[in-house]
Design a protein around this ligand. Structure first.
Ligand code: SF4
Ligand code: SF4
Length: 69
């Protein structure tokens, strides 16, 4: 019998610093605390990302890109 591997998704979270205006919406709405805030948002815990894309929906600046790998 062959080995079974669990399939899983990994997501890349990218914030374009030139577009981010520091509104903090992504920090407020991410359910798993991926983002940190300095004067702009940064990706503190990318391993937490569930790929829900809530952050993309709430970011009015279009600064966040989620890529499934
Ligand atoms: S929602 Fe967008 S513009 Fe606002 S802090 Fe997050 S990345 Fe920056
Ligand atoms: S896709 Fe969802 S889980 Fe991932 S960073 Fe955005 S809001 Fe958080």
């Amino acid at each position: 019998m062959g080995k079974r591997y669990k399939t899983f998704e990994v997501y890349l979270v990218y914030i374009d610093p030139d577009k981010c205006d520091g509104c903090e919406e992504c920090v407020k709405f991410c359910p798993v605390d991926v983002f940190d805030m300095a004067h702009k948002a940064t990706v503190g815990r990318p391993q937490n990302c569930l790929g829900c894309r809530t952050c993309v929906a709430v970011c009015k600046s279009g600064a966040i890109i989620i890529t499934e790998i």
